[in-house]
Design a protein around this ligand. Structure first.
Ligand code: HGY
Ligand code: MN
Ligand code: MN
Length: 412
């Protein structure tokens, strides 16, 4: 019997999971540890148990659904992604890797396959940086990239500590217990939408990721002096928002002039205080996201940005507090897993494109403790992190089939 994917079931599950949202459809908002996130997790766990998988959650809220192999002592073959979603997102980011991973396992079960190496579906906790300011908290803790102490210091925008929030959400135990032994996984494969336009532009239905770009993020607090919008004359002002505006353009220019298209910088958050039309902004907080496929170049652009911001601050007689939130190395995917994916594509007569992931993913951190690779499917116009994010059913099914084939080969 040939390996097959139940596309109708998978697509309907993607629609159901999208209904767990704090935004009006078609947008999806599902912030980690909110009641909506917990309902989505419960729904996911019930589906994993229905498939006969042994489900557990760790102290950080990472969820593991294991299909026990015939050799329980053998290192595990992992797959999975995340189900938390940034505000006003789409329904495929992360979800395709989680529900596709579950359907890949069910397809192998229907096919009568019995793994030697246990196959484990992971739902990583807090992949998005929305709530605690840093992405991939679950996979950072699993890989030891983030210490338990550093994680405990993380707070959300309302000042709630990660430790309190996770315990209130029902995740007890100590964060020290989250880290996995370095030989836990034999391999880890993540299926994900590309979140870029290359596959669609080149009309290729699968991408095999060879490298995951190096993400960094920082917060810049700009402090000027406020005052009355009518009473303070222009020469006397130290307007924090005007300084921020110049800094934002300097950040953009640093990325545009890095010498390569591979450097990207974004100011995604600009909080203005006091935020009154007739009061001069006295404080502005910028959150900056900076990435590059090359670590050295990313760090050079980071220092160009820092120099520019401090000189603007001097010029405008404002001060800045500079906070580096994270600056991670890129990850090279493992040739053995890339080969397994390429072989599966060939077996299913599917062309693929070898490519870099410009988005970061939990695989970036699992790569610190295991051989990983990623499988991309196209998304329309490359759109992601927006409600019109869209992956075609045939691409989702094809990616899931190739994932299933690869899990079979890696776990036999
Ligand atoms: O921002 C990212 O690259 C990921 O989608 N969290
Ligand atoms: Mn995302
Ligand atoms: Mn994602």
């Amino acid at each position: 019997m040939t390996l097959a994917i139940d596309g109708d079931r998978l697509l309907s599950e993607i629609e159901t999971l999208a209904s767990f949202s704090d935004a009006e459809a078609p947008a999806v908002t599902r912030i980690v540890f909110t009641p909506t996130d917990l309902k989505a997790r419960a729904w996911m766990m019930a589906h994993c148990e229905e498939a006969g998988l042994a489900v557990r959650q760790d102290a950080a809220g990472n969820t593991f659904a294991r299909w026990e192999g015939s050799d329980p002592a053998a290192p595990v073959v992992g797959t999975g992604s995340h189900i938390d979603a940034i505000p006003n997102a789409g329904k495929y980011d992360g979800v395709v890797g989680v529900l596709g991973g579950l359907e890949a396992i069910r397809g192998l079960q229907r096919n009568g396959f019995r793994p030697k190496h246990s196959i484990e579906l992971l739902i990583f906790t807090s992949e998005e940086p929305t709530r605690f300011g840093i992405g991939c908290i679950g996979s950072r803790l699993l890989s030891g990239t983030l210490s338990a102490d550093a994680a405990r210091k993380l707070k959300d925008n309302d000042g709630n500590a990660l430790d309190e929030v996770r315990r209130a959400a029902g995740f007890g135990g100590e964060l020290e217990q989250v880290k996995l032994p370095s030989d836990y996984y034999k391999a880890f494969v993540e299926l994900h939408i590309e979140q870029g336009p290359l596959l669609e532009r080149q009309q290729i239905s699968l991408g095999i990721v060879t490298k995951i770009a190096a993400p960094a993020s920082l917060r810049i607090l700009i402090k000027g002096s406020g005052g009355h919008a009518g009473g303070v004359l222009m020469p006397d002002r130290r307007d924090a928002l005007c300084a921020a505006a110049e800094m934002i353009l300097a950040i953009e220019s640093a990325a545009r002039t890095s010498g390569t298209i591979d450097t990207v910088a974004t100011v995604g958050i600009c909080d203005v205080f006091p935020g009154a039309v007739n009061s001069i902004p006295s404080r502005v907080r910028l959150s900056v996201d900076l990435r590059d496929t090359d670590l050295g170049r990313r760090d050079r652009v980071m220092s160009t940005i820092e120099t520019a911001c401090y000189s603007i601050a001097m010029e405008r007689r404002v001060s800045i507090d500079w906070e580096l939130v994270n600056a991670d190395a890129p990850a090279d995917c493992a040739p053995s897993i890339i080969d397994a994916l390429s072989e599966s594509c060939r077996k299913h007569q599917t062309k693929f494109l070898s490519m870099v992931s410009r988005a970061y993913h939990d695989s970036l951190f699992i790569a610190r403790i295991a051989p990983v690779a990623m499988l991309f499917i196209p998304c329309r116009n490359g759109y992601s992190h927006r409600p019109d994010e869209y992956a075609a059913p045939e691409d989702i099914v094809r990616g899931t089939l190739v994932l299933a084939e690869t899990l079979r080969v890696l776990s036999e």
